[in-house]
Design a protein. Structure first.
Lengths: 107, 118
């Protein structure tokens, strides 16, 4: 299995801050990474796929970068509605796996 | 607008079979790929298995011996069966749609809570 590690596991930030989360894969997965946002009691929402492509309707303050084994996800200016847990996910093979998540809360 | 709705028993006894159905509206089941994903309480996400637009399946190796995903095209539904459940199978179960041919998930159901307990 391809494992995804994610850091930090949690962070506290203020509205307007720039926030970056990183994800590392245990082997080369090219650009086969997506990022999701999940709020309590809700289903995850797809934000980014193929490492850097914004899903339909997702605001441009969200961005993704990376290839191979190192990936990052950035919120350029944190908004009140962005406080949530974020997951990376790899889909290089036919057994997709998710990172453990990063909880972003209010400082 | 594409909507997915999971349904099934919220409580299953240990050693029995968990059965869930995903009802799809706004899209034809025969034109997309679909998956089941679960999330134990307070934990992360685990992919369970995949159903292709043509009816082929693929399962997580860690669950393969216990999982079956099937399709009912006449009802535009697909189903999950997980046998010999234990407390470790307690989770929120989501049905999802794949983004094209990718194993990325662009549409999710709201999720249904399944508790395994006697």
């Amino acid at each position: 299995d391809i494992q995804m590690t994610q850091s930090p596991s949690s962070l506290s930030a203020s509205v307007g801050d720039r926030v970056t989360i990183t994800c590392q894969a245990t082997q080369d997965i090219s650009k086969s990474v997506s990022w999701y946002q999940q709020k309590p009691g809700k289903a995850p929402k797809l934000l980014i796929y193929d490492a850097s492509i914004l899903a339909t309707g997702v605001p441009s303050r969200f961005s993704g970068y990376g290839s191979g084994t190192e990936f990052s996800f950035t919120i350029s200016s944190l908004q009140p509605e962005d406080f949530a847990t974020y997951y990376c996910q790899q889909y290089d093979n036919f057994t997709p796996t998710f990172g453990p998540g990063t909880k972003v809360d209010i400082k | 607008q594409v909507l997915l709705q999971e349904s099934g028993p919220g409580l299953v006894k240990p050693s029995e079979t968990l059965s869930l159905t995903c009802s799809i509206s706004g899209a034809s089941i025969s034109r997309f790929h679909w998956s089941w994903i679960r999330q134990p309480p307070g934990k992360g996400l685990e992919w369970i298995g995949f159903l292709s637009y043509s009816g082929n399946t693929n399962y997580n190796p860690s669950l393969q011996s216990r999982v079956t995903i099937s399709v009912d095209t006449s009802k535009n539904q697909f189903s999950l069966k997980l046998t010999s459940v234990t407390a470790a199978d307690t989770a929120v179960y989501f049905c999802t749609r794949h983004l094209g041919v990718l194993y990325a998930f662009d549409i999710w159901g709201q999720g249904t809570v399944v508790t395994v307990s006697s």
